[in-house]
Every structure is written in C-alpha cells, then in structure tokens.
Design a binder for this molecule. Structure first.
Ligand code: LFR
Length: 477
C-alpha cells in the first residue's frame, strides 16, 4: 500500500509544498511549489506577509489537485502567531520574531515571573522573541478570542478547526513542559486571557478536512504534524540509536540531543538550553545557534543570491581557517540588515583581523558557526550525560560541505550530513504513520536512512586549532 502525502513547510526565508509517495520501503519526495517568504516592514514594525504565504500554500495545493492527496500537514518556524476575534477574523497582521517590539517587555515579564520560575515550568531557553514577550507588546489582546501559532492559523484557514499543536505550543513560554498542558500559573501571572489558548493536539491527530470554501482541494484530510519545523526535522534525523547529537541547520542551527524527559536544572538554564516538546513525548534538549541566516543575510547585503553561495564557499575554503571568529549568538546579529559590517565591527572591536572581502566574511562565519555547534553539542553532552558517537547535520546546512567538515573538526566527532529536506520528511513521516504506513518513529528514521542520500565527514587532524579558537572566543564573550 502506498499513499500520496503533502507537506506544507514554511521557512523564514522560503516556503515549499512537497509531495511524497510513501510506502513501507518507499519515500520519494517531489517539490511541487517553492516560494520566497519576504517579510514586510510597515510603520516601523516587521510583519510576515501571512496572506501572501497562504495564497502560495493554496497555489501549491492546486498544483497537486489533479493527482489527489491522502493527507496534508503544515509546519513552520515557531513562536509567532495570529489573533482571531470572535467571528474568526484575523486581528492585525502577525509580527516577525525579528521585530524589536519585545525589547522593552522582557524586564516587565521578568518582574512578574522570575526567569528561574519560568524555566522551572516551561524549560525554555531565553530568546527575546519567545511568544510570552511578544504578547506583552500585543495591541490586539483585548479583542482576541483565539491565539493560533502560524501553522495552526493556516490549518484553521483550511479546515475551520482551531487547535494548538503541542511541539509548537512548547515554544511559547506558556506551556508546562512536565505536565504537557498550557501553564495556568504563567498565563495568570502574566495577566493573559486564559480563553485564547486553544485545546492542545499531538502530532498524528486528525486536524480536519479542507473546507469547500478554503479555495483548494476540498475534502482532503489535514493531519496534525510536528508543526514546529525543528520538531519535524528532529523526527527525520536518521539515527539508528540514542548515542547521537543532531544539528538541524537552516536559518537557525538547533543543536542538541533527544531526551525522554526534560532537564530543568539551573545549570541547563544558565547554559540557555531549551526543553522543547518533540514527537511521542520526547524532549528536544538543544540550544539555538544563529545559523545560515548569517550567510543568507550577507548575500542580500552583497546583492547576491543563494546561487552565488557555492562559488563563495569554494573561495572561502581556500582561506586559512580560524583567523577571526565571532560569537554567532551575539544579539547584534539577530536583526535583519547588514551582517558583513557587523562581523567586521565585531572583529575590529575584539582586536582580530577584520574580514573585508565576501570570501573572508564567509570563512569567518562558517568557522564561527562550527564553534557554535561545538559548544552546543559538547554542553548538551555534559548536561544530559549522553554519550555521542555521531553528530547528524540535517536541513539545508547538510549541503554545505565546508560547514559540515568544520563542524566535524570542531567537535572532534564524525558528522553524518542529510537529509537536506529533513523538515518535510518529518512532516510527511508523521502523516504516513498516522495513515498506518509506517509503524513507529524509529521505523521512520530507518526508512529515511535507507532512502535518502547521506554524506559522511570524519574529523581531520586540526583538533587543537579548534580547541584554541574555542578558548579564544570564550575569552572574548
Ligand atoms: C527554526 C526555528 C527555531 C526557532 C526559530 C524562531 O526555523 O523554528 O526552532 O527558535 O525558528 O521561530
């Protein structure tokens, strides 16, 4: 038995509609629609073009209407949301997590609930854009009847059903990671209306059927997937056993290990490790590293495109490694804009050679990301006690040979790179399991390992250079 399944995968810089033919031994992807995701600044606030994204989703679905679908599932980046009024109308326009509106709110939130108490309940790393800080700056809260995270909003527009998918809910800061429920304590302490948080659903649950009025493919079943893109990507890590770390490398690098229960230690909080909900009650114990955003934003500054990245990486590979390094997680690199100038200013300010040409900047960024990967993976191992034999790099970064090799060298462990389309595979895999085509998460991972191209990188001899650079960098930060 086989099925045709579609994944709608919205990333911070592009979205895709991908279909797959899935059977017990078969998993073949076809990208049917890819579209840019271009945020819009209006009156000083950075928004997602949510209606434009929804139109692209519908266009993608229309392209596969002729072949028929057994199921469709939606994932996107985390934390951002839309608010609905009592008629189900969208209030305002969802704001981009890179907007600066939360800067003033963080202190206010922490005055109401201390960071220590927040972590005891939500287990979430501090990121200035976590939903709870955004809600403190939200002008439409008083009129809101329902809050829907981005994939739940698209799902609502397709099916008319309102729900909160669990893996993504766990990134809001308002989810009790031990109990697996919304935290009434936090919601009340932050004076948020309890009623706006819809019932929780787990990956694999039925989400409804596409409504005739939705604009494409009426009647198609929509399945709840791990709607946080990182949760879908982690579900697709082709690990054969527990002794692995993963880096889901795209706009962000999410680096850590999979656990069966959260670790809510003070040490973990100090190291800014998160306990985000994964598939089947697993916990994604990881840290955000700034990721390929630094490269894509640099390309835009130079008025280049993704197609120019390959030649730039080749030129960067010919330069000496580790001449200058930055802390990729320095908040200066978070907002959109001219990353190369900020890299140059960081290096000048820390007394390092200043990368000037694009290949020099790329070399500096790649080395620095590898150091960021090293620090997150080593710290995840220490904090969790997990032995790690191989580091899986999944997502777009698995294509970047310079970064994969630097990551293997920096960590001193083999890297297994791939699949590139991990998020779509995780999305589709959970739907396939819900349809009874794949028996378990481990069977999904084994099927991905068998069917998708993977590339192996062994660490090469330069371990001390990376250890020295890591020490140098931690002295700077
Ligand atoms: C990756 C990701 C990260 C999340 C960031 C913002 O695409 O979902 O997991 O921290 O985007 O939502």
């Amino acid at each position: 038995m086989t099925a045709t399944i579609a994944a709608i995968d919205l990333g911070a810089s592009s979205g895709r509609v991908i279909t797959a033919e899935v059977g017990r031994d078969r998993l073949e992807l076809t990208e049917v629609h890819r579209f840019p995701n271009r945020p819009v600044r209006v009156n000083g606030t950075l928004h997602w073009d949510i209606l434009g994204l929804h139109r692209e989703v519908l266009d993608g679905l229309r392209r596969v209407e002729a072949i028929g679908l057994d199921s469709v599932g939606i994932d996107s980046w985390a934390v951002d949301y839309g608010l609905l009024d009592k008629e189900g109308r969208l209030l305002g326009n969802p704001v981009h997590y890179r907007d600066g509106r939360t800067a003033e709110m963080i202190g206010q939130v922490h005055d109401r609930v201390s960071p220590g108490r927040l972590y005891e309940i939500n287990g979430l790393q501090f990121l200035p854009f976590n939903t709870l800080y955004q809600l403190a700056a939200e002008p439409f809260l008083g009129q809101a009847e329902t809050l829907l995270l981005i994939p739940d909003l698209i799902s609502y527009w397709l099916t008319g059903q309102r729900a909160a998918e669990r893996t993504n809910a766990s990134t809001t800061g308002l989810y009790d990671v031990r109990r697996g429920t919304w935290s009434e304590e936090l919601i009340d302490a932050l004076a948020l209306p309890r009623g706006i948080f819809p019932g929780l659903r787990s990956p694999g649950a039925r989400a409804g059927r596409i409504l005739p009025a939705a604009g494409a493919f009426p009647g198609t079943p929509v399945t709840t997937v791990a709607s946080h893109d990182t949760a879908s990507a982690v579900a697709a890590v082709p690990a054969a056993g527990p002794d692995v770390a993963y880096i889901s490398c795209g706009t962000w690098s999410l680096a850590g290990v999979e656990l069966t229960a959260p670790i809510l230690s003070e040490e973990g909080r100090a190291a800014n490790f998160t306990n985000e909900a994964g598939v089947d009650g697993t916990v994604r114990y990881l840290r955000n590293v700034m990721g390929l955003w630094l490269l894509s934003e640099s390309l835009s500054t130079w008025r280049l495109t993704q197609a120019d990245l390959g030649p730039l990486l080749d030129r960067a590979a010919a330069l000496p490694a580790l001449r200058s390094v930055i802390d990729p997680n320095d908040p200066v690199f978070l907002p959109a804009g001219d990353i190369p100038s900020r890299v140059a200013a960081y290096c000048a300010g820390t007394g390092q050679p200043v990368p000037g040409s694009p290949p020099e900047v790329v070399r500096c960024v790649v080395d620095s990301l590898a150091l960021g990967h090293r620090s997150a993976v080593l710290r995840a191992m220490e904090l969790s006690g997990r032995r790690v034999e191989v580091v899986h790099v999944v997502g777009g970064g698995a294509r970047n040979a310079l970064l994969c090799q630097a990551t293997a060298d920096a960590i001193g462990l083999p890297v297994l790179a791939g699949p590139v389309e991990a998020t779509a595979l995780g999305n589709i895999g959970i739907q396939a399991r819900a349809l009874g085509l794949i028996p378990s998460l481990s069977a999904l991972r084994a099927l991905i390992a068998e069917t998708q191209p993977l590339r192996h990188y062994e660490p090469t001899g330069s371990a001390t250079a990376w250890t020295d650079a890591a020490t140098r960098l931690s002295a700077l930060t």
